[in-house]
Design a protein. Sequence first.
Length: 284
Amino acid sequence: MLSYQHIYHAGNFADVHKHAILVELLKALKAKNPKLAVLDTHAGRGTYDLRSEEAQKTSEYTSGAQHFWENDGLPEGLKEIVSGFNPEGDLNIWPGSSMIARKILRPGDKLTCIERHPGEFAELQKTMSDAHGVDLQQKDGFQSIVDFSPPPLRKGLVIIDPSYEIKTEYVQTAKQVHLAWKKWSQGVFLIWYPLLEAQGHVQLLTHLRKSEVKDVLVSEVRLDKAPTEGYRMFGSGIAIVNPPWPINVLDDLTNHIADRMPQKAHSDVYWLDNQPINPETGTI
Ligand SMILES: C[S@@+](CC[C@H](N)C(=O)[O-])C[C@H]1O[C@@H](n2cnc3c(N)ncnc32)[C@H](O)[C@@H]1O
């Protein structure tokens, strides 16, 4: 059994990056399509209590969500949703990807949330107990990427946010997206990945770059140094297949986040399609 639980990491700077982009992506897709089908392949538990023992133990949210909240730095769309969960003004609850999707989608849209961990799935069921029409399934999220594609409406988004606890998940993610893309080349896929010393994300991006998948826009926020000692993640990355906006929209959003980080951070936004393959390493 895998041990990753997102409550230890909820609201960290990567969540701010990931969830800010998710909000804008869902809004843009909603504006373009009267009906959407959304799949969240690694849904987590829906909402995270930042006062919990687990969140307090790592306190990762202090250099992410809390810093942005206290300095009024969250982009407007995400701020509005987070405010709804924290009406008193103090930041206690951080909404995760599945809850954000639930809040943004309309009654006619379809949301499917996959979570494999039994404990997390039980929490997700509780969080979504009053959410009619949201389909919750306890199974493998990687396989669901292919099974879901294409949805009957052919308009929608797949949110892929694995824990990458197993190193092969980087390539597995790219392979599943490629297989899904072959069935649904207009599908929009959001893939989150961490930037770690081991550089697992290079395998993910290289695999995608060498595949037939086209129109992949990447947003990365890189820190000059870790927020706290022993913190292994120095950056957060998101690859979007078939983004609904031109590159400057994602550039502005990524800069907004990098500029407001508590420590020096850089933003990088680029088309994966234009990245050269290094002939010596065979990677991007
Ligand atoms: C990074 S967290 C997701 C956080 C969530 N997207 C959010 O924003 O709140 C990864 C989640 O994937 C779950 N998980 C791990 N392996 C899985 C698999 N093969 N299929 C589905 N879920 C999995 C973990 O239990 C964990 O809840």
